[in-house]
Unconditional design. Structure first.
Length: 558
């Protein structure tokens, strides 16, 4: 594997943009990144699919996976803030396993969802937890800790074709998943069944909630006469939002309903944490719409998807019409309030070969990021100015940022030599970094001015890219010194914390040497920390205040 570091991604910008930091790929078998999540320390966890044996380490060492089958296993890997390999696990059987979503809870656990179609062991360690699919394909929900150790796994499926697409957690680490089913599914156990009955259409969508120990809390159907599929899910302030595609007469748990007609429309459903449906809305036009992804912040929702003919991108009572580009597919993205009303929406030309392969992210300050692939040169600026992102090959990847009011900030592109390049996952972490994962074909040029500086891989190669915070805009007003003092070290009982003058209240994390989070604080930084409960060894304190980040290590002895 190769690590490509500190090179310049081709960019057009109206504002200072993220600095391109690094990109990594796997060498060996074809693979692709499908989903990811970042923690508060800048580490990133990536779920993907791999078809054979590959090297997961971008450094000088070789770390190979052990493939269980030839049709594709799913993997989960952790990389550090510098793109350095930390660990990976592979899960697979004789069939095909594909992860579709990842979430990180507040207790240091990873939740993965996706699909599988064979009998396999879900525990990558010394233990064994075998179960197989009940139909042609089933969805799954699996829980691992942040060292990759197995906790538990659940099958979500019946006799048909079933998948889980999205997963989120709330403040109490309750889990919410969304997906599709083509036959009735028992979401409970044999002893305590909880069956969602399929209503006869091509697909039914579902939203389900599980407690942290994996026990089912509730399941709700989004069903009807046509087809329904829940592609994504988001959580914010006691409410769950499911986003996807529907056709025909569609209802949510027999409480709210919409009429989507014969063509596909995107639906948006709001529920509370007990499973009570608040509302169901749909949007679209005369053509076909696919709701692909949804994210949420403190007060807003962000959606993206694909469309064909002119479409209304507002799920609410208003109308925000987007015009079809007429060449290949079209991508929309929009900002909504929590009542489902659009505040603004924009459209882009999409990849001819993979309509809807895209993702959206928000950074907590109102900025919106969109990634995908496009097949023609196009204007990324919806305002009066023109911002063209040039293309060198028939199909290139892009990343663009828009401000809270929808105005254009910047766009970046990468030239690839493949046709089936995808940007499947996009994450903005708490440190201001942006991560993109997906796949590229053969060769990817990350600096258009230095075409020999490339990543290479098989016909479908895994890609993980990071963009760091622009150092010219990262410091808070009046910038403070960067020294954090911890003393005494080693210590057996108390640790004193001294922050630089002018440091404003924010948040603080205590971690062990592996990065596992042991304790959190918000507000003013404590001047003294009790460490008597900590195991002997190296630990770290991390502090944030706005865009400032400080960290220092200390040693505990007993």
């Amino acid at each position: 594997m190769r690590l490509l570091s500190l090179i310049t991604f081709f960019a057009v910008s109206a504002l200072p943009a993220q600095v391109y930091d690094w990109a990594i790929t796997h060498t060996g078998a074809p693979s692709r990144g499908m989903a990811m999540v970042a923690d508060e320390l800048g580490n990133v966890y990536v779920g993907g699919n791999i078809n054979g044996v590959a090297d997961f380490d971008p450094g000088p060492d070789t770390v190979l996976n052990v493939s269980a089958g030839i049709n594709g296993d799913h993997f989960l890997a952790k990389y550090g803030a510098a793109g350095n390999y930390i660990w990976h696990i592979c899960i697979g059987g004789s069939g095909t396993e594909i992860p579709k979503g990842l979430a990180l809870d507040h207790s240091g656990h990873l939740l993965m969802v996706g699909r599988f179609d064979s009998y396999l062991d879900w525990d990558p360690g010394q233990g064994e937890t075998f179960f197989g699919s009940a139909g042609s394909t089933d969805g799954f929900l699996a829980k691992y800790d942040t060292s990759g150790a197995f906790v538990w796994a659940k099958r979500i499926g019946g006799s048909g074709h079933d998948e889980t697409y999205g997963v989120v957690v709330d403040e109490l680490d309750n889990i919410y998943v969304a997906g599709q089913m083509s036959a009735s599914v028992n979401f409970g156990t044999q002893e305590e069944p909880m069956t969602l009955v399929h209503e006869g259409g091509s697909w039914d969508a579902f939203c389900a909630s599980y407690r942290p120990d994996g026990e089912l809390a509730w399941v709700r159907g989004i069903q009807g006469t046509g087809g329904q599929r829940a592609q994504s899910i988001a959580y914010a302030h006691g409410h769950v939002y499911s986003y996807g595609v529907c056709s025909g007469e569609t209802h949510a748990n027999n409480v709210a309903s919409v009429s989507a007609g014969n063509n596909n429309q995107a639906f948006l459903c709001k529920l509370d944490t007990t499973g009570q449906v608040k509302w169901l809305k749909a949007h679209g036009g005369d053509g076909s719409e696919l709701g692909e992804a949804i994210r949420a912040d403190e007060a807003h929702l962000y959606i993206t998807g694909s469309f064909t003919d002119p479409t209304d991108a507002d799920p609410g009572d208003g109308v925000l019409e987007l015009t079809s580009f007429g060449v290949g597919g079209n991508l929309y993205f929009a900002k909504l309030d929590t009542a489902g009303n659009a505040l603004w929406a924009h459209g882009l030309q999409n990849n001819n070969h993979f309509d809807g392969v895209c993702d959206i992210a928000c950074d907590g300050t109102g900025n919106v990021f969109i990634t995908g692939a496009h097949s023609v040169e196009q204007d990324f600026d919806p305002g009066p100015e023109e911002t063209i992102l040039p293309m060198t090959i028939a199909n290139d990847l892009y990343l663009a940022m828009y401000q809270a009011d929808g105005s254009f900030a910047w766009a970046r592109g990468v030239a690839t030599h493949g046709v089936f390049d995808t940007a499947n996952g996009l994450v903005a972490d708490a440190l201001g970094n942006i991560f993109v994962t997906g796949s590229f074909g053969d060769t990817a040029v990350f600096d258009i001015n230095v075409p020999t500086d490339t990543l290479t891989g098989p016909g479908m190669a895994f890609m993980l890219v990071r963009y760091g915070t622009d150092v010219t805009t990262a410091r808070s007003e009046g910038g403070v010194a960067s020294a954090l003092s911890l003393f005494p070290t080693p210590t057996a009982d108390r640790l004193f914390v001294q922050v630089p003058p002018g440091w404003k209240p924010g948040r603080m994390l205590l971690t062990d040497a592996t990065g596992r989070i042991l304790q959190r604080w918000k507000g003013a930084v404590p001047t003294e920390v009790d460490v008597r409960h900590l195991a002997p060894g190296v630990h770290h304190l991390h502090l944030w205040s706005g865009t400032e980040h400080l960290s220092a290590g200390f040693v505990v002895v007993h």
